[in-house]
Design a protein around this ligand. Structure first.
Ligand code: HEM
Length: 134
């Protein structure tokens, strides 16, 4: 399926807003996000651009996620697993199953990559751990 046929930007907006509503209500992750994000409207706009660029090839996202995450203190494998669990909960509720499957694939790969990068930058003397059991 061509990327342009996968979904609409409105469906991506629904996914992003639904996901961050779960994140903000989560006891483990809510405080991390709320302490770093002052302007949620701006963050959600960036995240719609990010996912539209991945899923639709929109090209509207121009940021660099790795250094932003590397700079966050105290991230753990458990936090990334919880992030993925909440993302899975959100995609499960989507009627568009092609969108759900594609978004899941990207989320898994990017979470793994961010976790590797995080560990290599913050704990360079340790062998990076995997995000197993997700
Ligand atoms: C434990 C897991 C995670 C935590 C606690 C976390 C937290 C955050 C926070 C606090 C920001 C705002 C940073 C800032 O503006 O300085 C951010 C931005 C962002 N996050 Fe995450 N994140 C996590 C995992 C992920 C994953 C798995 C993805 C992608 C699948 C992702 C994608 C992004 C993107 C694209 C941005 C915007 C970066 C920019 O400003 O260009 N994050 N994240």
């Amino acid at each position: 399926m061509a990327r342009s046929e996968l979904c609409t930007e409105e469906e991506i907006t629904t996914l992003v807003y639904g996901f961050y509503a779960r994140i903000r209500a989560d006891t483990m992750l809510g405080p991390v996000f709320n302490s770093h994000i002052n302007d949620w409207d701006k963050h959600l706009t960036i995240m719609v651009q990010f996912w539209s660029s991945l899923l639709l090839g929109a090209g509207s996202y121009t940021g660099t996620p790795m250094p932003k995450h590397v700079a966050l203190p105290g991230l753990s494998a458990n936090m990334f697993r919880q992030w993925l669990a909440l993302f899975h909960e959100t995609t499960q509720a989507l009627p568009n199953r092609h969108l759900a499957a594609r978004a899941e694939e990207y989320a898994q790969r990017i979470a793994r990559s961010l976790w590797f990068g995080y560990q290599m930058n913050n704990e360079p003397d340790r062998i990076p751990s995997e995000l197993a059991h997700v």
